[in-house]
Design a protein around this ligand. Structure first.
Ligand code: CUA
Length: 309
């Protein structure tokens, strides 16, 4: 978060540095005064004169009440100003994405006209230099959306929609993480925000809106059939096929994603095969069951899913 990638994170980093500076100065001041008091001990505790009494009281009022009140009020006002700016920033953004937290993955839905909408998972693409409005919801328990390099944390609360604007001014892949303990695999509830040039972003949106490509290669065709006849379809959707499950992530373009299992694994052929063969070994407690598959079926399904780009 101290290496901000966009305007909101810059504000937050700036606030952090100012508060760090103030805290450092106060810390040094307290140490110096404490050392001074120890090294220049004047034993006037027994001095009961009104003058000595007043001096002691003055030190307590100025050092213990007025000084902290002034410093903390300043920091409080600055913090409110920053929060206000963050709340106003990008309110009227054109791109609106609905992010729903599930144990333990992120459903990502690009809103718009019905023909413009599409759903993906654990990966949010944004064009550089433009604010993107996020509508944050939860399907089960409280999660927290956090991309340290782009924005502060915001909770995803069941029965409520919170909003947040992210913007990245330079291209890159920004890692995000669930920041509210939500159960066994909370630590494996990650995602990425991919900031691309507006041209690349438009091409990505175009490819994601498309239906899944019909496989042509024999192995992928066999995998396609195996996917549809096994339990996979009960939980997953592949747009353009009869797979319409809504329990797990939409797999229409799963081959194009960077990670598997919400940032747990890199999306490689080997990891995909390992994940499908035994998801409970990799991410114990997640909702994906072990589906008994023959080696040929597994190979086919992996080939098919990889072809969904
Ligand atoms: Cu979701 Cu922690």
């Amino acid at each position: 978060m101290l290496h901000p990638g966009g305007p909101a994170a810059e504000r937050i980093a700036e606030l952090w540095w100012v508060m760090f500076g103030i805290a450092a100065v106060v810390c040094v001041l307290v140490i110096v005064l404490a050392l001074y008091a120890v090294l220049h001990r004047r034993d006037d505790r027994t001095d009961a004169s009104p003058h000595a009494e007043r001096r002691r009281t003055r030190w307590i009022v100025v050092g213990g009440v007025v000084f902290p009140a002034v410093v903390l009020t300043g920091v409080f006002i600055y913090t409110l100003a920053t929060l206000g700016w963050l709340a106003r920033h990008g309110r009227d953004a054109e791109i609106v994405v609905e992010v729903t937290g599930w144990r333990w993955w992120w459903e990502v839905r690009y809103l718009g006209e019905p023909h413009e909408q599409f759903t993906t998972a654990n990966e949010i693409h944004i064009p550089t230099g433009r604010p993107v409005r996020l509508r944050l919801a939860s399907g089960d328990v409280i999660h927290s959306f956090w991309v340290p390099q782009l924005q502060g944390k915001t909770d995803l609360i069941p029965g409520q929609t919170n909003t947040l604007t992210i913007q990245a001014d330079r291209e890159g892949v920004y890692r995000g993480q669930c920041a509210e303990f939500c159960g066994l695999q909370h630590a494996h509830m990650a995602f990425v925000v991919v900031a691309q040039t507006p041209g690349e972003y438009a091409a990505w949106v175009e490819s994601q809106r498309a239906l899944a490509r019909e496989p042509t290669e024999p192995l992928a065709r066999a995998g396609h059939a195996a996917f549809l006849r096994n339990g996979c379809v009960l939980c997953h959707t592949i747009r353009g096929t009869t797979a319409r499950g809504r329990v797990g992530p939409d797999l229409t373009h799963v081959g194009s994603r960077l990670t598997l299992a919400a940032g747990t694994l890199e999306n490689t052929r080997g990891n995909l095969a390992g994940w499908i063969s035994d998801p409970q070994a990799i991410k114990p407690g997640n909702l994906m069951p072990h589906v008994p598959l023959s080696p040929e079926e597994l190979l086919g399904i992996v080939t098919y899913l990889e072809s969904l780009r």
